[in-house]
Ligand binder design. Sequence first.
Ligand SMILES: O=P(O)(O)O[C@@H]1C[C@H](O)[C@@H](CO)O1
Ligand code: GUN
Length: 291
Amino acid sequence: MAAINADLSVNGYTFEDIQTLAKEILKHTSLRPKIALICGTGLGGIAEVVENPITVPYESIPGFPVSTVEGHSGNFVFGTLGGKQVLLMRGRLHYYEGYPMWKVAMPVRVMKAMGIETLLLTNAAGGLNPKYNTGDLMIIKDHIDLPGLTGECVLIGKNDTRFGPRFIATNATYDHDLRSKFKQVVLELGYGNILQEGVYIMIGGPTFSSAAEARVLRMFGADAVGMSTVPESVVGRHSGMRIFGVSLISDMVDMEDGSKFLVTHEDVLKTANERALLMQKVFVKFIHLID
Ligand SMILES: O=P(O)(O)O[C@@H]1C[C@H](O)[C@@H](CO)O1
Ligand SMILES: Nc1nc2[nH]cnc2c(=O)[nH]1
């Protein structure tokens, strides 16, 4: 296998590095999926319903980073879901783990090099919209890239146009057709009462927001807050992928000064666990409908 050069001036991994990683992963399977799903915290259970799964641990891929967060196991899973070939990323990389933004989203470039055209993103997020409840599913209609707005955009650095153009529009990132198909599936399953559509804001983490910060995020127009997804969707868009995202509202963010409720990662995992079965059902039907 060729060496991984990781040239920092071109966002760490060169175009050639990405091709090398993609080839290395594809050696494990003859499947060539066009749909990929990145599993959010505690949402890796979707992989359990993948038929004939082929698991590729990140640590078996030379030059690939590992995920360090509980609820992210660190495997690619190839197989069939809803009658379609799929690639699942069970364990994402987060900025707060100490990875630079370009590394957080690097797997999306590898996916593109493997032939992925449609990227499905899931995450656990805190609810900011007072109409939401813990356990709701929020289709992402737009995002706020708070790190990006403050100078940590994932596309910062020299641009190699083989990945995508220097400048890209990030409005209309989340595909309308995929959003309406997902809505249709959730309604058909009888879960319309927990379905929301809103704006996701990314913070760097790992601190959950203070009450004053949460009020600012809400004032910005965000409906849910989390620590991922945006770099992946921006890189996916940069490379011309079709993007869909959904947030599981794992907890309602407390905005009251002096409140005694202190959210924990265990709370987030607990909600993800409670919704595991529903997420499996929804994604099987949803992926079945994707062209
Ligand atoms: O990978 P996601 O965005 O689902 O993970 C969320 C945000 C933090 O990583 C973690 C907090 O509990 O869950
Ligand atoms: N309150 C809160 N809950 C979350 N669950 C997942 N991410 C977050 C976050 O950033 N804040």
